[in-house]
Each structure stands twice: as C-alpha cells, then as structure tokens.
Ligand binder design. Structure first.
Ligand code: TXA
Ligand code: MG
Length: 322
C-alpha cells in the first residue's frame, strides 16, 4: 500500500492537514514504522496538545521528523558519525539523538540538552513536512503506554475524538517503532532496538555501540525503556514452547509461525514464520486480541536475532509482571 502511494497523486487531505498544522492543530499521519501524532515542532502550544491528547507525561521527549539534512541541521549540532548514519539510513526507521539548537522548544525535548531526529521514508509524512515547511514533532499516535498504531483505524478508535485529522496511508510497512541511537555519548548507545539492526549501525559507524544501556535511575533516557510500556490491557505472558503454558490456561495463544493444526484459540504472526512479517503484524494482533480476550493471552518469544530483538524488547515490556 505504502509503495503504491509513490505512483498516486497525494490525497487532497495533505493540503488540509498542512493548513491545520500551520494553524497549531494536531493530527495522525502514517510513517513506515507506526502512525505518528504530528504537530509543528517549533510551536510549543501545538506540541502541548500532543501530550494532552496522549496523556503523555511532559518528561517524555518527542521525536522530530524532518524532510532533509538541511532541516535536521537547523535543529541539532552535527556530531562525528552523524553524516555517515544519515547517508546510510535516512530516509528510514532510524532516530538519532543529537545536541539540540536553541530553536527547538523545551517542551519537545522535555528540557534535555538533546533532540531526537528522524527522516521518515514514508512519502505521505515527508510530503506533509515539505508542505508545512516545518519539522513535525510526532510520537506514536496511541494513548501513553499502549500499543502503537499500525493503521488509521487503530488511531481512530482511541484518539479520533481528540485530534484534528487522520491521514490514512494503509498499513505500516515495518509495524515497529524506529531504532533510536544516542549519538551524544561515548560510546554511542542504542536506546531502543528497531528495524535498523545494531550490526548494521556498527558497520556504518565503524565502532561498537552500547546495545543494552542501563536506564538512568533518576530519569529514563527513553520512556520506551520503562519496564511497563507498549502494553495491552489484558494479561500477556511469553512462552518458548507450548509445554510452558499451564494446562488449565484457557485464553488465546499467539505463535510466531502458523502451528500445524491450529485450534480456534491459536493465532499466528506469520504463515511461514517470516520474522519481518511477524513484526509487521504484532501490534495489530495484540490490539485485536485485547478486544476479545477474557483470560489474557500467551505469545511465543521471538528469537533474539534480527528484527526479533525489537519484537522481544516490546513484548518483554508488555508482559504482565507478577
Ligand atoms: O518510529 C518511530 O520512532 C515513531 C514514528 C511516529 O516516527 N515514533 C515514536 O515516538 O515511536 P515515541 O514518542 O512513541 O517514542 C519516542 C522515544 C521515546 O521513548 C522518547 O523518550 C525518546 O524517543 N526520545 C525522544 N527524544 C529523546 C532525547 N532527546 N533523548 C533520549 N530519548 C529521546
Ligand atoms: Mg510510543
């Protein structure tokens, strides 16, 4: 769907959305990772509306989306490695945390000396940024702490009455949020695993990065690092093999790959066990089951490799702790 957009004219809503953003409104827009809730990043009153609509604490800084390196350089100081990373991974699902310039409002960065920047590859959000001529602050378009939205309907259900527009770009290609790298530290740190894998980042940088940074006790560097985040309302537990599941459990069970003889309460993230497909479907299935589940659900632990690392990160935070 996203790729098809390259051949289409941009929908008329894009101009309306740009006007709304420039007047200080907020709205949901697709990216290749998940849907974002966007506002003019340089307008603190508009950015405040994002926090209010999501119920997001003001200590949790936002990612700012740009459509060019030039726009990025108006917002942040360059650091060694930044150009190489941008050249290799932008536009795409990589966010870099860099020292922020004075024009970035405090509310965007939650008072931190840094700003998180990303140039998305999805043409709809890039077109919106270009038409606004402004960077867009955009966290995932979900109530704070809940699973991120991967289609317009997810946003409509939860935030539809609190925001000014939703641009429907179909399903998101990745289905998991961007990889976040803290560039302003030595060694550089992977604050959130995502679609751009740590091996690739290290190969481009030519140096090792800290892959599992400890959260700062006083203040997490990314609330996505909070122990409980990305959570459905129902109880969620992880399992490795079916024999881990208690015999008397009568809720739903999610497998990575379609089981050979599925029963009515077994679900799967990919027919063939393809991890990219599983990642793309994961949030959507968690949401769907959250609506019907009476006894909670079990989800199979993905392998800790490739995109499985990012799936595992989200699932472990979503897992019910007892
Ligand atoms: O794929 C994505 O990154 C999506 C799409 C919409 O671009 N956005 C997204 O935003 O996932 P959000 O707000 O749900 O997650 C952004 C994370 C938060 O955990 C936040 O703490 C972290 O980025 N972050 C933002 N600015 C930061 C900074 N200056 N230092 C450290 N972490 C930062
Ligand atoms: Mg989020």
């Amino acid at each position: 769907m996203n790729d098809n957009f390259q051949k289409c004219a941009f929908p008329a809503e894009i101009s309306d959305a740009a006007e709304i953003i420039l007047r200080g409104g907020i709205g949901a827009v697709p990216t290749e990772t998940v849907y974002g809730l966007a506002a003019d990043a340089l307008n603190p009153d508009a950015v405040r509306k994002i926090f209010e609509a999501k119920g997001r604490p003001f200590i949790d800084p936002l990612i700012v989306h740009v459509d060019s390196i030039e726009m990025a350089m108006e917002l942040a100081e360059p650091l060694p490695g930044m150009s190489k990373m941008a050249e290799a991974f932008w536009p795409g699902p990589l966010t870099m945390v860099l020292p922020r310039k004075a024009c970035v409002p405090d509310i965007v960065a939650a008072g931190l000396p840094t700003v998180a920047l990303r140039m998305p590859s999805h043409l709809l959000i890039r077109e919106l940024i270009s038409r606004c001529g402004r960077p867009l602050a955009a966290p995932s378009a979900n109530p704070f702490g809940y699973v991120s939205p991967t289609c317009a309907e997810h946003v409509r259900e939860q935030l539809g009455d609190r925001i000014d527009f939703i641009i429907d770009g179909g399903e998101c290609k990745c289905g998991l949020e961007s990889s976040i790298v803290l560039m302003a530290s030595s060694p550089k740190k992977l604050l959130r695993p995502g679609p751009i894998l740590p091996d690739k980042i290290e190969a481009v940088l030519g140096e090792a990065i800290e892959r599992n940074p400890k959260k700062n006790d006083a203040r997490p560097q990314a609330p996505g690092m909070l122990d409980s985040h990305y959570s459905p309302k129902s109880r969620l537990k992880l399992f490795d093999v079916p024999s881990d599941i208690p015999a008397d459990f009568c809720g739903e069970i999610i497998f990575i790959k379609r089981p050979s003889n599925p029963s009515g309460r077994e679900y799967w993230l990919s027919e063939s066990g393809d991890l990219d497909e599983a990642a793309r479907n994961m949030f959507s299935l968690l949401r769907a089951l959250d609506k019907i589940s009476k006894h909670g659900f079990y989800c199979q632990r993905p392998p800790a490799e490739g995109i499985g690392l990012a799936m595992l990160d989200r699932l472990s935070r979503a897992e019910t702790k007892i």
